[in-house]
Ligand binder design. Sequence first.
Ligand code: B12
Length: 218
Amino acid sequence: MTADERRSFGDLQHRLERALLTLDDDEARCLVDGARVGRSAVEVIESVIAPALDHLGRAWEAGTVALSQIYMAGRLCEVIVNAMLPELDGARESGSLVAMATLEDYHLLGKRIVLAALRASGFPVRDYGQGTVEEIGNRAVADGIGILLVSTLMLPSALRVKDLRSLLSGRGSTARLVVGGAPFRMDPHLGGEVGADEVGTNTGDAIAIVRRLTGRSS
Ligand code: B12
């Protein structure tokens, strides 16, 4: 990304945050549509929408933004992102040995984006939705999954990856566990502590990791 592009994305992010905080959905959509010209959906999500939500989350932590505003900003971005990404038709992916889930967490946007980016890059990935350690682990064992991608945004959910690892090992699964989401970004050692094989911070990482683990270019 050039310095000019970085500046322009920074300005867009700032304007998008203002639109989200004032619940101006027309302005938010308009800003995102403008950013889309000549760029892929994933590029705009990664460079503008995800950083805006991340920044608002920090503002909430600092006490300068209300939870209700975060809630509405999240919902609005969810609608905008869903409209930008292709429909997730999992039928074609049902035989795949790669799966992705959100673990004990209702922050679903990250999985939605990573899944769409992997599928758009030619990797069939099963969508396990959102579930508990037992639901996700037992399903992965039954399907003979080789790579399990897990998204968590809450620290307590991230810590549950350790239980998922134990369940998989206990049932003889050698699935590689790939994790991502805010807690892993905030603490670079957390992935190792919970027994994950790989940690990724964005869609680019997810694609590179799956490419390396499957030994396929797509
Ligand atoms: C929007 C939001 C919400 C929305 C969620 C809407 C939705 N449908 O997803 C709502 C309002 C519902 C919500 C609720 C809550 N939230 Co909230 N939320 C956020 C916020 C601001 C942004 C999250 C987001 O959508 N980001 C945009 C997406 C695209 O980014 P992402 O998920 O991180 O995914 C990217 C990468 O992480 C990566 N990635 C993600 N998963 C994976 C997986 C793999 C394998 C790989 C390789 C990569 C990868 O790729 C993605 C694309 O780049 C974050 C702040 C933050 N810094 O993340 C807080 C945050 C996650 N929330 C937080 C909290 C505490 C809560 C609540 C408990 C609040 C409350 N008191 O009720 C609830 C709990 C909900 C629950 N039980 O799950 C805390 C968690 C703190 C912690 N340490 O546990 C955060 C970090 C805010 C903060 N700074 O304190 N939240």
